[in-house]
Design a protein around this ligand. Structure first.
Ligand SMILES: NC(=O)c1ccc[n+]([C@@H]2O[C@H](COP(=O)([O-])OP(=O)(O)OC[C@H]3O[C@@H](n4cnc5c(N)ncnc54)[C@H](OP(=O)(O)O)[C@@H]3O)[C@@H](O)[C@H]2O)c1
Length: 255
């Protein structure tokens, strides 16, 4: 039996990872802040699948909480075979706002915690000669929509660096770059979605299945769906001026 640790495994994309991994027979460690939702998710999973579920209530904006999760990843008695660094949220605050705390909070959860947890998992998995790390990034990282794009550009670039560092060690490292997915993400960040056309929405279960296929194929960047692959090809090859213009239009349509 193998075990996967999923951060933010109680909602949206993280919950879809938890269900997909449970269906494939992996035991789970779920990490999130809300202990009631963790317990509820654990019950749902153990009722539906023949697996064990452990829950860890931790706030990944807190360095000590993050180190507690890192030490779970380093356990040799109860090894973790797959890490899904998924916990995150949208940031809808202007870069010039008086209070930069929302940006700093995003950096703590979506950069510092990703770095600490992937480092712990990478060290431990390398010593065992096997394992997989999935860092949930975003297609937003290829464009320029404020600090959220900057944070996710870091996640994608960091993942490529980690994949290089762990090349030929038996540890697969993949950045999942989703487009829009209906989860609690937009409501939590107060992002308007009424102007987003239907064709731009991805299904969380399909997205996760495609990502897990990409992990098996040893892909470092996973961009599920042909439509987002085409859009991101354009974003990577258009002049940056055009990318900034499109990003500006997209930002104003979200209010
Ligand atoms: N939805 C999209 O359109 C979309 C697109 C591209 C990328 N993404 C990325 O996908 C990932 C998951 O987002 P989602 O859409 O599934 O959002 P979601 O439905 O809001 O789920 C977020 C999950 O993260 C946990 N979480 C949030 N802050 C946390 C913290 N400080 N410490 C520990 N856990 C925390 C939440 O649980 P608690 O609140 O209990 O802590 C929840 O389980 C994020 O990294 C996001 O940037 C989403």
């Amino acid at each position: 039996m193998t075990t996967a640790l999923v951060t933010g495994g109680t909602s949206g994309i993280g919950a879809a990872f938890a269900r997909a991994l449970a269906e494939r027979g992996h035991d789970l460690v779920l990490v999130a802040r809300d202990p009631d939702r963790l317990a509820q998710m654990a019950t749902e999973l153990t009722d539906s699948y023949d697996i064990e579920v452990e829950v860890v209530s931790a706030d990944l904006s807190d360095r000590d909480d993050t180190l507690r999760v890192a030490s779970r990843l380093e356990s040799t008695e109860q090894p973790i075979d797959i890490l899904v660094n998924n916990a995150g949220f949208g940031v809808h605050t202007k870069l010039t706002a008086d209070d930069t705390a929302p940006h700093e909070y995003a950096i703590d959860v979506m950069i510092r915690a990703v770095l600490i947890l992937a480092a712990a998992a990478g060290r431990t998995m390398r010593s065992r000669g096997r394992g997989a790390i999935v860092n949930v990034s975003s297609t937003a990282g290829f464009i320029t929509m404020g600090s959220y794009s900057a944070v996710k550009a870091w996640v994608t670039s960091y993942t490529e660096g980690l994949a290089n560092e762990l090349c030929n060690t038996g540890v697969q490292v993949t950045a999942l770059c989703p487009g829009w997915v209906r989860t609690e993400f937009h409501q939590r960040a107060e992002i308007g979605t009424s102007k987003i056309p239907d064709w731009m929405w991805l299904d969380a279960d399909r997205l996760v299945a495609d990502c897990l296929d990409d992990v098996e194929r040893h892909r470092v960047i996973s961009i599920p769906s042909k439509r987002y692959q085409a859009l991101m090809l354009a974003a990577r090859h258009l002049p940056r001026r055009a990318v900034r213009f499109a990003s500006r239009k997209l930002s104003s349509s979200r209010h």
